[in-house]
Design a protein around this ligand. Sequence first.
Ligand SMILES: [Zn+2]
Length: 206
Amino acid sequence: MCCRAKGVWRLLELHIMLITMNIITHALLGWSAGTRLSRQGKDVALIAVASMLPDVDGLGAVIDIINGGAAHYFTEFHHKFGHSILFCLLLMPIVYWLSRKNIRLTAWFVGIFHLHLFCDIIGARGPDGYQWPIYYLWPFSDIGFSWFGQWYINAWPNILLTILLIFDFLRRSARLGFTPLFLVSRGADSVLVDTLQKRFGGHSES
Ligand SMILES: [Zn+2]
């Protein structure tokens, strides 16, 4: 691999790492909103997943890593199909079905989906200074939406927001009596909630 290719590869790795951190912030944002919309763990998980889903179009990076070459699939698809209104419309009936035909929750899914896009536009500038446009109308149009004042993906507003969301997550988990761990193990979730309740107080509301 030549020096230039190594430089591009390091930049891709850095970008992927930062995007992974960004996905965690999106997940926390969705979880925080979800716990204010429903007391049901599955509903909250649904909203949290909805908050992350647009970044599914960044999975091309995995193929690029396996191929060990240039960031072809990542740059070709990131911020395109996952961040488009088409993807949102395709997901709506699935969310409606998963939420047991809950129109309110489905409407909130649309809102959280678009909150993800809004966050990307205002604060997801790449480490190289590149502003990843949102191709909201893809594949019908290649118009990319961006904001000239967009801050860097690792800028202090994102870090501060993430810290506040982590704190909110811990407090809400203690209060509501569940964490995302319930999706994997009820027992482990119960142990974690007990620990959080000892630290943050409160008891399970459900
Ligand atoms: Zn995104």
